[in-house]
Design a protein around this ligand. Structure first.
Ligand code: UD1
Length: 416
């Protein structure tokens, strides 16, 4: 795919429609496997991660119909044995199919999943929970084989609040016999959204938005229709790009209540933030350095750490950003340094000394949010930036180029 050619941007001004959440849509698609009835998701973002998940689901024998942005899945027949390894390998969220497949078919066989290269990303918390519910595991070649005859509700305490493990354990325990209690659960808004879909399908889950979830198993679920929440990571990325260019943008559809920690940090940096019922307006002003660490929700999201560090690399003074979720999430820094960023990492903390000007360079996105960071930097740098690795960006941002050029960003595709 063609690289993006970026020039120094004038202040971004206007309106950007914020897409629906990728990370809420993926578990919602997995939830559709739990019933023989059709499940319809509305306003699903047009992303390669969604395409890969749908291809994988369809390889299980599920009927997938797409009409504009709505997707209907009908899992009246489903075969756990016939998944497409090619798609599972590309997508970390493919692991979320294990829970529903076990609940529906009593077995699941998945390749160890792909996704962004940002650290070791083990699955021990998923497996710990599955085993407690009565699942047995074996490994053959590169695949994980899971089997169960009888799922029984139990008490599970996660060692750390993993988003994926919480979702997977919800997706299986809704159909276990009796009560499951999940403690130290993650409480990201995407999990609350999944609970709301599952409850609409007939599940009985209490405790949404807390770390203590109680699930009363039911024998079967039924169809439902659902619109995933707005994408808080896309909204945060566009907000940071607006600040980096000193712009003034209305983020239509952004949900300020899901962005509290992000908006708190951005206002410390100097942003003017005006929440509204239809979204939020963000305006650049004189920016200041800041210190923060990433944390599970409601803390500052790790997915916004790369674009934030990119923004801070242009802010005069010394900022400190500590990454506490993924141990290897500063891999993009060598690319940022090529553009003149002055960043030093020690013990999981990036010390960012803002420089007066960044310079354009040829850089490569190595994962989704690293791509967002480099795109932001390219819009602030003097001269031309050639950003390759654009397919990583298309995994998570819908209409990225159109949204940004619509508010004045000079992004061009080179002549073929
Ligand atoms: C999800 C998001 C991702 C986000 C992350 C953290 C999706 C599709 N992806 O990823 O964008 O960056 O949450 O907010 O929703 N861990 C273990 N054992 C496990 C599971 C996780 O040690 O069994 C560790 C991971 O290595 C990581 C931390 O827990 O260090 C958080 O991982 P987790 O919350 O599970 O992230 P994902 O669900 O993979």
């Amino acid at each position: 795919m063609q690289p993006y050619i970026l020039k120094k941007s004038p202040p971004l001004c206007g309106e950007i429609p914020v897409q629906r959440s990728k990370n809420a849509s993926l578990p919602a698609l997995a939830a559709a496997l739990l019933t023989k009835d059709p499940v319809t998701l509305l306003n699903v973002p047009d992303l390669t991660d969604i395409d890969n998940m749908l291809a994988l689901i369809s390889s299980l024998g599920v009927t997938v119909s797409r009409e504009l942005s709505s997707v209907t899945l009908c899992a009246d027949t489903i075969s756990a044995a016939s998944f497409s390894p090619e798609h599972a390998d590309r997508l970390r969220a493919s692991v979320l199919l294990i829970g529903p497949l076990l609940a529906r078919c009593g077995e699941a066989r998945l390749l160890l999943p792909g996704g962004c290269a940002i650290g070791s990303r083990p699955l021990d918390q998923h497996i710990k929970g599955f085993c407690a519910l009565g699942v047995r595991f074996s490994v053959a070649d590169d695949a994980l084989i899971a089997r169960c005859d009888n799922l029984r509700g139990t008490h599970i305490r996660l060692d750390s609040p993993s988003v994926g493990a919480t979702e997977n354990l919800l997706l299986i325990s809704v159909m276990a016999q009796g009560e499951t209690v999940l403690d130290n659960a993650a409480r990201e808004p995407e999990i609350t959204d999944l609970i709301s879909l599952l409850n609409r399908m007939g599940a009985r889950i209490l405790g949404a938005g807390t770390t203590h979830l109680t699930i009363q198993g039911v024998p079967a679920l039924h169809g439902a229709s659902h619109t995933p929440i707005s994408d808080r990571i896309a909204a945060g990325t566009y907000a940071m790009m607006t600040l980096a260019t000193g712009g003034d943008v209305f983020l239509r559809g952004a949900n300020p209540s899901h962005l509290s920690s992000v908006l708190h940090i951005l206002s410390q940096i100097g942003a003017k933030i005006i929440p509204d019922t239809d979204g939020l307006r963000i305006r650049g002003a004189k920016l200041h350095p800041v210190s923060l660490f990433t944390a599970p929700y409601p803390g500052f999201p790790t997915d916004l750490q790369p674009p934030l560090v990119a923004l801070l690399s242009t802010v005069p003074g010394e900022s400190f950003v500590t990454e506490r979720i993924f141990e290897d999430r500063f891999r993009y820094l060598p690319e940022l340094r090529k553009m003149g960023a002055n960043i030093f990492v020690e013990g999981g903390t990036a010390a960012v000394s803002g420089v007066p000007a960044l310079r354009g360079a040829s850089v490569e996105a190595t994962d989704l949010r690293a791509g967002a960071a480099l795109l932001l930097t390219g819009l602030c740098a003097e001269g031309e930036t050639r950003l390759s690795g654009v397919p990583h960006l298309l995994r998570g941002y819908t209409n990225l180029e159109r949204n940004l050029t619509g508010v004045g960003a000079p992004i061009v595709l080179p002549d073929p």
